[in-house]
Design a protein around this ligand. Structure first.
Ligand code: ADP
Ligand code: 5SP
Length: 461
């Protein structure tokens, strides 16, 4: 039995699954936490990867491995391959001003959407490089190479610096439509031409570990989730991890000049239009902390309050927000009365507020032409019973919850199995036990949320 390993080096932790390459059956797994923060020392990702592999019982018998990682993070290496400063992560908003400058310099959002498929916000690597050039010119001058979190780990494993279309498409200096880097945009932002990872094809092998394990190209975590879910035409994934993401696979590249939908590439040679919020699972972590309860009790409380929480609305911009682009926003509670000042109302408002942000994302994806036959709910917060039961009423559609699993890591394992097989298409691993959740849509929830949200958005930036 050939085994493959998949790695999810995401914001909060590193997860490893080891699966049978033919059936996809998970035979063992491990995980290790990442330090908190919006900057990270890449050495900590490497240490967490080693710890997660050890917890998974090591790589004995593993023929191939793939690494998926949090998108966009800026990893700067000097000419000897040493990390110059902690990586700035996708959820670090200090480059919001740089994003606005760069948008104007190229001629506005339309010009960026045409050039790269996306309008850059603070998450995009290109804006972080501009920030570095402006604020840490010495570090910028020493930067010989720029890469992304998953590229860094693949490089540590194989000694070869490569990336893939999916992760490259989140940099802001690679064009999904042209399938090529845009060195002109990198130079415009950074004033220099650092070396970049070679972009491999979807099923190419990057190299081998010292122990001889083949390593696939890897990809961004959302692209890997699409692979792990086997996302097809008409499927939309809603992922509730540290970020909230809504995405679909598409045959055509997207170019949304409103900036709501990022026109990424996927990990199969197609495209992955995606909406990302900064506030998802951690909104529930924060609500649970404020109420002094665990997630199970938060879920029970949320389900004990009525839909709409009697008018209590949480606009959950606890980390600022990316979609809509309000990096300096804060969270706010609206409709607080004596009668709604209860743990149950707050718990319900937290779940509904988080889901409303994603429902707005789903609308944006539909406005760009996405077909929605099925909504698949994944990510840490999809483990919450309240989230699963309330989601259909907020999203206005039934939702499908795949069996609990690590779909990003599984997607990376699918990529590894694909690279190993040399087949024209990735393997499709069946995952029995899908749960279907339905509920009457409650439009009032989104209407009240929209009122509160628009009050925040109407304030001058
Ligand atoms: N039962 C649960 N209810 C709500 N949130 C949960 C539950 N279990 C885990 N989480 C949250 O999910 C998040 C981790 O999700 P995950 O998808 O692994 O994130 P990431 O990939 O961004 O690191 C954490 O914030 C965690 O507290
Ligand atoms: O920035 C994005 C997508 O554009 C995020 O989705 C990151 O890729 C981080 O993902 P998680 O750690 O939340 O899975």
């Amino acid at each position: 039995m050939a085994l493959v390993a998949g790695v999810d080096s995401s914001t909060q932790s590193c997860k490893v699954v080891i699966a049978d390459a033919d059936s996809g059956r998970i035979v063992r797994s491990g995980r290790a936490p990442h330090p908190d923060g919006t900057e990270a020392d890449p050495a900590d990702w490497w240490a967490a990867l080693q710890a997660a592999i050890a917890e998974a019982g090591g790589l004995d018998g593993v023929a191939a491995l793939g690494v998926a990682g949090q998108q966009h993070g800026m990893v700067c290496l000097d000419e000897d391959g040493r990390v110059i400063r902690p990586a700035l992560l996708w959820n670090d908003t200090r480059s919001a001003g740089a994003a606005r400058e760069l948008t104007a310099e190229l001629g506005g959002p339309q010009a960026w959407a045409k050039a790269t498929g996306s309008v850059p916000v603070a998450s995009f690597t290109v804006t972080k490089l501009r920030w570095l050039a402006d604020h840490e010119p010495d570090a910028a001058a020493r930067t010989a190479t720029v890469c992304l979190p998953h590229d860094y780990l693949t490089w540590r494993l194989t000694g070869r610096l490569v990336t893939d279309r999916g992760d490259a498409s989140g940099t802001g200096y690679w064009s999904p439509a042209e399938n090529a880097y845009r060195p002109d945009l990198l130079r415009m932002a950074f004033g220099r031409d650092p070396a970049l990872p070679e972009v491999l094809g979807p099923a190419e092998i990057a190299g081998r570990t010292a122990e001889g394990v083949a390593v696939s190209a890897g990809t961004g975590d959302n692209m890997a989730a699409a692979l792990g879910l086997g996302l097809g035409e008409g499927d939309v994934a809603v992922s509730l991890g540290t970020s909230g993401t809504v995405f679909a696979v598409s045959a055509e590249p997207a170019a949304d000049a409103t900036g709501a939908v990022a026109g990424f590439a996927d990990a199969t040679g197609r495209y992955l239009p995606l909406v990302c919020t900064l506030n998802a699972a951690r909104v529930l972590d924060a609500a649970a902390r404020m109420l002094g309860v665990d997630h199970a009790e938060l879920s029970r409380l949320a389900l004990s309050a009525p839909p709409g929480a009697d008018g209590l609305v949480l606009v959950p911009y606890l980390e600022g927000e990316r979609t809509p682009d309000r990096p300096d926003a804060t969270g706010s509670l609206h409709g607080l009365r004596l009668s709604t000042s209860t743990p149950a109302h707050l718990a319900r408002a937290a779940v509904e507020g988080m889901l409303c942000g994603l429902a707005d994302g789903l609308d944006a994806l539909v406005a760009q032409g996405a077909r929605v036959d099925r909504v698949l709910l994944i990510g840490g917060a999809s483990r919450s019973e309240a989230v699963r039961r309330i989601a259909p009423s907020v999203l206005g559609r039934p939702v499908v919850v795949p069996p609990a699993g690590e779909y990003v890591a599984e997607g990376a394992a699918v990529q590894a199995a694909w690279a190993l097989s040399g087949a024209p298409e990735p393997p499709r691993w069946e995952r029995p036990g899908v749960a279907h959740h339905e509920a009457e849509p409650v439009p009032a929830i989104r209407e009240r949320y929209a009122e509160a949200r628009d009050r925040i958005l109407s304030r001058p930036v």
